[in-house]
Design a protein around this ligand. Sequence first.
Ligand SMILES: [Zn+2]
Length: 406
Amino acid sequence: MADQTQETDEPSAPAGPPPRGPWLGRALVISALALWGVVVSLRLPDPDRPRPPSAALSRDAKPDPEDLSDLTASTTSDGHTYADDEEQQEPRSGPKRALERALAEAARLHAEAAAGRRSDPSRGDPDDQDDAPRDPRDRLPIAPWAGDLSPPAQVTYVIKRGGAMKMVANLYKMHYHEILAYNPGVELDKELPPGTKLVVYRAAEGEPSESVGSAGDGSLVGGVPMVDGPGRILRMEPWKSYATGHNVALLDAILREWSRRYPNDRPLLVGNMAQRAGGRLKPHSTHQSGRDVDLSYPQVELSGEEYNWREMNAKNLDAARTWDLLELLYETGAVEMVLIDTALQRLLHEHALAQRRVPKGELPAWLEYPRRPGTTEAFVRHHPGHVDHLHARFHCRPEEPRCTSK
Ligand SMILES: [Zn+2]
């Protein structure tokens, strides 16, 4: 039998006939294999290193570079190679050739590992790349829950402490004939008990709901009032609660998702949106076209304080949850920007760095701070007056050709 190659992943298998060759040749082979063992042991601490498959050698196979890679499979963690392997792997082409191949193979594996680390961001220490510019979208793809939204077909208002339907019409600045048509059989002036539900909006067939112009100089066609539901406390006057039907559905989905993710948190306060037909809504310069909404910041609960809008600072801003909220808004793919006072952006920036809340390389895409206000297209931008609430603006939609974003 000329060849005695064996499957080297079975080191306990019978070694077969004793190897031949002069003593000097055997010593060189062992030296080569020992060197290979050292090379392998140096590579071993990286468990992700690409490893060639362990190929079993057929009895008639000629030795090829794969021979030596087999040794990798039978190398123990301390770099020791099995004695059996040393004998089984004696190459026919000479010890010098084996050493060359071992070195070439080591160089090849090293180059492969280095290339792998470059091309695969999951490899290696993530801190190495923390500063590299990153697109938040890579980490936060558009969420399925934010897609395929249907505008509400009907919106109801629940009378809390009593009152007549006329009062509800006034809250929404609706015409009496409209609310009468929505609620047949209910008299305008009759006192209604708490808990009575009245319809305040019903979608009409073919009626458009569309944002027109810009948020700072625009109007709203077919405004839909905001719906109640989980994750929110509606704190605006009802006549300031309008948006496009799509944006009402989107905000509803955002708040439902918020409540689903953080069921033990207090709901967010929802503030002003737009008037039914849009246009100037004092004291805001924007909120004109059904794309804006004011929301409370996630607050640290301080004892003795009722839950309300309040000026935020390092003590009462829940920076971690605010990041959660920003990411949730971002995940919709439908939020154009968020307005947050630059002083609070600084707190968010510090928190992100200290807690590694977001990769450092993403920060310029998230926050305008520490750059000068008005100089960036960051997701979060400064605008005066946003210390006690943040302001989210939704994108124009392709279905809204008259909607503009300046
Ligand atoms: Zn606002």
